[in-house]
Write a protein that binds this ligand. Sequence first.
Ligand SMILES: [Zn+2]
Length: 227
Amino acid sequence: MVPVEIPPYVLLLPGIWQDSNIYLVRSEDEALLIDTGTGMFIGQYLPFLMERLSGVERLTILNTHEHYDHTGGNLRMKAALEKRGITVRFAAHELTAEAIEKANDRIILAFHYGRSFEPHAVEVKFTGGEGLRVGSLSFEVLHTPGHTRGSIMLYDREEKLLFTGDTIFEGTIGRVDFPTGSLGEMLGTLNRLLDLDVDLGLPGHGKVILNWDENLRKVLKLTEGLL
Ligand SMILES: [Zn+2]
């Protein structure tokens, strides 16, 4: 696993095996971690994270949705960060938060990995449309159902960066056949994304999306073909 520096402020830790990508955003004495993988490979990510977190006092772990390959590492990550004196809180859409707080494995799907999910509190709950500040940076939370009902994206309007979770990848969309997934909602989400000005898509798995507009039109066509 080789971390990828994405200017001006993002560190991408490409997911190992089936882990989600993990993104670290740092500004001043605050940081944001987007998704945590399954937790099986946390020891391999931590050295790169810790190197970046010197001087950070507060960190938010934001889950784009509840699937185990994005949330399985939540508690281990929190414990490791708290050991370094960093205060950690969790943030997610309220529907994702509900699944996490109840350890609803019908949606989380830890059993796919032969694991069980340990429930925990989610301190910040979104419905979509909120702002999220990290130091001097500000993001918009977009509710983007389709892959799961509580999927969110995080948008930096100034830098035109979009963290897409499992909704859009390079060349394709996330699966819609898991519990709470919906092809119709996915299509609505993709259509709403046409209004956004995006330079770079940062997905939950795989490579960053450099050709955003072209890719969005392609996956939209693909999704319409599935209806
Ligand atoms: Zn997923």
